[in-house]
Design a protein. Structure first.
Length: 587
């Protein structure tokens, strides 16, 4: 955690210097603040002669010396308040500014890390929990950096400064104050462990709550269609109740700190009052000295109390950093070899050689997959549900890496290629085309943001999308809505095809692009797909066998292996798995 904090703060060393200087000034002003009161009590109201340093600071000493001292004490009080206010403003503003930028850097860093992960990370982690880390945990760290860190450093300076001054004033009083610190430290250390444990539970429950909310809102159409609003509300109530229970448990532990510290302060103050009163009556010390010491004692224990109570915030930040580190240090980054090269333009020769893969190492999905696709061929991949069809094509762009075997493009192991240039030469049209918030134009050009207006319109025309786009209120500038819900399934697919046209990749992967469409939409989409597939190496995962009837080659995947391979007519004549799928579909 220390290393991560150092990395985050390194770009802001200049601001840190300003913060430390301002807080040092603030601490010094806090140390000298009680002295004007001592001068008033001892030297103005009382009969004690003014100290030499006071006489030096008040040059006009005479019959009205006490008046001059009173004026000087009043001016000093105002000056101390002004300097303290300026120092506080500078420290507070710069700290808040730095906290906001540190949080911004941390969010960007986490999101960047997530972009590098293989899809395996998201197979094992809920998106809601990840969002909770990015938002809630980062916000906790930002609040601590902006507020608590400022107080913590100021309190630390104050504690050390107060100890020195109290020893200078009355070493015996100072020893009384310090005797309670070891007991407080042991107590705070023990309670901090309990708070940290309870905070982990709170964060877990908050992540569950975020995931429940996300799932309920993303699936609102299904929820309403099946009239399951009551069920979803009950799930939310349950998750929310568990969050409240965990929070109250954590609060019950942290609430012990303040009264215990308060009791220690009261005991210490009572002892000083007793001992100080005896010394004043014996003429050993002055009322002003006792008053100043009591003021220092209050100021000394206030930061001690703050630091003790702050253990709750420290525990929350510690847990937040643990959850953030679990993402930043997760071993899901798709590795890129130092010797990796940028691939030349692909011809589209794809070969799988004894490939094996499993989402769980103990449960293989693909056991021994070997096949070859020649440049420009259209190859269909079919098989029963769960047979591993989508897994096969996800290995080509390295969304996941194989557990064994090799995948080659144009005779070179894909692990020898740089990752991003590899993916730039592969186009995708998926079963559910994901559209992002923005205009139609921005979504078509998503894979190539530098595309010109003419290229975007031409891609839409080739995808059979230009006609319905021009009927929209703002044409290509029309917003598509959240995840494209303002468009029909066929319209979303055609925008997805236009997106693939813009990419102009030599290899094209189609993952059941027409499975969820009606007959009319399918025909429009297929027209665009036929244009898109011309001159490219194409892999089609097919649910509807009509989409691959004219494929050069069809692979039938079952139980993690290639169970059958051949053309449509050859597989039908063989009377095997493909023939059974065809008979069931067209019965």
């Amino acid at each position: 955690m220390t290393r991560l904090i150092g990395e985050l703060l390194r770009p802001y060393r200049g601001r840190l210097s300003i913060i430390l200087a301002a807080m040092l000034v603030q601490t010094i002003m806090g140390l000298v603040a009680p002295w004007p009161l001592k001068i008033i009590i001892d030297d103005v109201v009382g009969d004690h002669p003014a100290p030499a340093w006071v006489a030096w600071m008040v040059p006009m000493m005479g019959a009205d010396t006490k008046i001059h001292l009173a004026v000087a004490a009043g001016i000093a009080t105002v000056a101390i308040a002004v300097i303290t206010g300026i120092a506080f403003y500078v420290a507070n503003y710069v700290t808040e500014s730095m906290g906001q930028w540190v949080a911004n850097d941390l969010r960007v860093r986490i999101f960047h890390r997530l972009q590098l992960f293989s899809l395996g990370f998201f197979d094992h982690n809920r998106v809601g929990a990840v969002l909770s880390t990015i938002m809630t945990d980062v916000q906790t760290i930002q609040s601590f950096a902006s507020v608590s860190t400022l107080n913590l450093i100021t309190d630390t300076f104050t504690i050390f400064g107060m100890v020195i001054v109290m020893f200078v004033l009355r070493w015996d009083f100072a020893l009384i104050a310090l005797t309670v610190l070891p007991f407080l430290a042991v107590f705070v250390f023990r309670v901090n462990g309990l708070i940290k444990k309870a905070t982990r539970e709170v964060r877990q429950r908050q992540a569950d709550l975020t995931a429940t909310l996300q799932q309920g809102l993303e699936g609102i159409e299904v929820v309403q269609a099946f009239d399951r609003q009551d069920y979803e509300e009950q799930r939310l109530v349950s998750a929310s109740n568990e969050t409240v229970t965990a929070w109250l448990k954590a609060r019950r532990v942290s609430s012990l700190l303040s009264p215990v510290v308060g009791l220690a302060v009261a005991v210490c103050t009572g002892l000083v009052l007793w001992r100080g009163s005896v010394l004043v009556l014996d003429g050993v010390t002055t009322v002003g000295t006792l008053t100043v010491f009591l003021a220092y004692l209050a100021k000394f224990f206030q930061p001690v109390r703050d630091v003790a109570v702050m253990t709750n915030s420290i525990a929350q930040v510690s847990v937040g950093f643990e959850r953030i580190r679990s993402i930043l240090e997760a071993d899901y980054v798709v590795p890129e070899r130092p010797s990796a090269i940028e691939p030349p333009p692909f011809r589209g020769d794809i070969e799988f050689v004894h490939v094996a893969f499993g989402y769980d190492p103990n449960v293989p999905v693909l056991r021994d997959i070997s096949f070859r696709i020649r440049p420009g061929q259209l190859v269909g991949v079919v098989g029963p549900t769960g047979s591993g069809k989508s897994t096969v094509v996800s290995l080509v762009p390295r969304f996941r890496d194989t557990d064994a075997g090799t995948i080659r493009i144009d005779g070179v192991d894909i692990c020898e290629y740089q990752l991003h240039p590899l993916r730039r030469q592969i186009g995708f049209v998926l079963q559910d085309t994901v559209l992002f918030r923005g205009s139609v134009r921005e979504n078509i050009a998503f894979g190539r943001p530098d595309a010109t207006e003419d290229e975007i319109v031409e891609a839409a025309r080739l995808a059979n999308a230009d006609e319905f786009i021009m009927r929209m209120p703002d044409g290509y500038d029309s917003p598509v809505g959240e995840r494209g819900h303002s468009l029909s399934g066929g319209q979303r697919q055609r925008i997805g095809i236009a997106r693939a046209f813009i990419r102009d990749s030599p290899i094209l992967i189609l993952d059941e692009p027409t499975a969820a469409l009606d007959a009319e939409s399918e025909e429009s989409v297929m027209t665009g797909l036929r244009r898109l597939m011309e001159g490219r190496t194409v892999i089609v995962i097919a649910h509807r066998l009509s989409t691959i009837r004219d494929a050069d080659h069809i692979l039938v995947v079952k139980d993690g292996v290639i169970a059958e391979a051949g053309s449509h007519d050859e597989l039908l004549a063989r009377g095997g798995i493909y023939a059974d799928l065809h008979r069931i579909q067209y019965r």
